[in-house]
Design a protein around this ligand. Structure first.
Ligand code: FDA
Length: 464
């Protein structure tokens, strides 16, 4: 074989690319791994707060979003969390379970990078890094890549450059561009696992809550159903997603729900619960937040009236962080400025646009004005019940997301219809494979995205 000619060229030495390279090279293939970055696998390095939440014990297709949620099944079955744990054991890397099946390294995420690097070296993978790929072309017997390190020819080409989240770490749309060049359809990419933002003026009353965090139940219902009858959705440990269509061609789930932490920020909402819901959210959709899941706050407040010399805000502060009780009640009451009734709390984007439509719940912000300072004993039961309804059904219309800069992943990507689910090979372009985040398969927060990277990388590496 002449110099510069390989069985497989893999562009992107991240989670999926290194896995595919190691598996293929250990099968005896001549593999070159190309990456434009100066430092290896930066996203693994920074993930999980530096400890890499590298898988989730409960990983199944139920925790993935895709135009075809079943697409990932075969790769996950062929190489699941237990297989990755076997690999870590072989390299003497120890781990612990943190929360709901999420596994993290005991030491640092660097140990995961070193496992993958050593696996690549065991197969004799050749590295071109840092090395940019200028152009890709098709030749009779494969692909030609024009790179900073000269031309590279390979029988097969693997696109493994991930998604566009965190461009400051060198993320690009390379895989999507090359896939398009070869005629593959792309599902519109968008930031996912990302904070949600609101109109600055309307958010101002809540900005004082920045830093407050609490466990909530978040739900999202697609504003416009995307066809098909509703299905009973799969249930996960932390949440559920009910699909809007049936079977293989189901589209965006009509309803998703998570019991997770919420974090107030200066610009809007973040925290694990919001990141989860953000993957389902589209502009124009409301999100609904139960700020006291599992309790009936209206009933609690009415019952507390008997011994009630305290104010409503003080009574709420027994169930919530004090700052939240005072500021949220004040802000929700201030929404009686005509911004919209019933849970809109001034965040009703449609009211802002002037169509006057008030969001769900049917309770007026006027009912909450001045309520926080009232003595519980003086507060009418009706107003306390309205407050309870608002606490359990705070309905908000985000105006946007914090974008790729703050997103953990990109959703969308190369349409799964274009790929064979066992080999990740493009049906209309034999020899071209796409793995990892560049494929329209997006996991929930909690280790699922790395598991997809390992599973799709192995499936591809075995098929090259
Ligand atoms: P990945 O991004 O890993 O690798 C792509 C590689 O391609 C990079 O090395 C990049 O330099 C290279 N590349 C890009 N463009 C190129 C170009 N034009 N030319 C050449 N090379 C190019 N997931 C999870 O399961 N658990 C977690 O704890 C976290 N935590 C987390 C934190 C943060 C801050 C982020 C941003 C993301 C996470 N994730 C996560 C998501 C996870 O990092 C992500 O889904 C996987 O790394 C995707 O693996 P890939 O191999 O597809 O891309």
């Amino acid at each position: 074989m002449s110099r510069g000619r390989f069985d497989a060229a893999i562009v992107g030495a991240g989670a999926a690319g290194m896995m595919a390279a190691a598996v293929a090279a250990q099968r005896g293939l001549r593999v070159v791994l190309i990456d434009h970055a100066g430092r290896l696998a930066e996203k693994i390095r920074i993930s999980g707060g530096g400890r890499c939440n590298f898988t989730n014990l409960g990983a199944s297709p139920a925790q993935f979003l895709s135009r075809n949620p079943d697409f990932c099944r075969s790769a996950l079955r062929a190489y699941g969390p237990a297989d990755f744990l076997d690999l870590l054991r072989a390299h003497r890397v120890s781990w612990h379970e943190k929360h709901r099946g999420q596994l993290f390294c005991d030491d640092s995420s660097e140990s995961i990078i070193q496992v993958l690097r050593r696996e690549c070296e065991a197969g004799g993978v050749q590295w071109r890094m840092p090395c940019a790929v200028r152009a890709v072309g098709r030749e009779a017997d494969g692909f030609r890549l024009d790179t900073d390190a000269g031309p590279i020819r390979a029988a097969r080409l693997v696109l493994a450059t991930g998604g566009m989240a965190v461009p400051q770490l060198g993320a690009t749309d390379f895989s999507l561009r090359i896939a398009r060049q070869f005629g593959l359809r792309i599902v519109e990419p968008r930031p996912a696992l990302v904070p949600l933002t609101f109109d600055a003026d309307r958010w101002r009353p809540y900005a004082a809550l920045a830093g407050v965090s609490l466990e909530v139940r978040l739900s999202h219902e697609a504003a416009a159903a995307e066809g098909g009858a509703r299905d009973a959705g799969p249930a996960g440990a932390a949440g559920t997603a009910a699909s809007s269509g049936r079977g293989k061609r189901s589209r965006r789930p009509a309803r998703a729900e998570f019991l997770e932490d919420l974090l107030f920020t200066h610009r809007g909402l973040s925290g694990p619960g919001i990141l989860q819901i953000s993957s389902y959210w589209r502009p124009g959709d409301p999100i609904r937040i139960d700020l006291a899941p599992g309790r009936d706050m209206g009933a609690v407040l009415v019952a507390a009236k008997a011994g009630g010399r305290q104010t409503v805000a003080a009574a709420l502060a027994q169930a919530w962080p004090r700052r939240l009780a005072e500021a949220w009640l004040g802000a929700a009451g201030a929404a009686g400025d005509g911004a919209g009734a019933g849970g809109g709390a001034g965040m009703d984007g449609r009211s802002a646009a002037g169509d006057g439509a008030g969001p769900g719940g049917g309770t007026g912000a006027d009912d909450l004005a001045g309520l926080g300072g009232l003595r519980l004993a003086d507060a009418p039961d009706r107003r306390l019940r309205v407050l309870g309804e608002r606490i359990h059904g705070w309905t908000l219309w985000p105006t946007g997301t914090a974008g790729y800069k703050k997103a953990e992943v990109m959703s969308g990507g190369v349409d799964t219809d274009e790929l064979d689910q066992r080999s990740l090979e493009a049906r209309r372009c034999p020899g071209l494979h796409v793995v990892g985040e560049a494929v329209d398969v997006t996991g929930w927060l909690g280790g699922y995205n790395f598991q997809w990277a390992w599973s799709s990388g192995v499936a591809c590496g075995r098929a090259l």
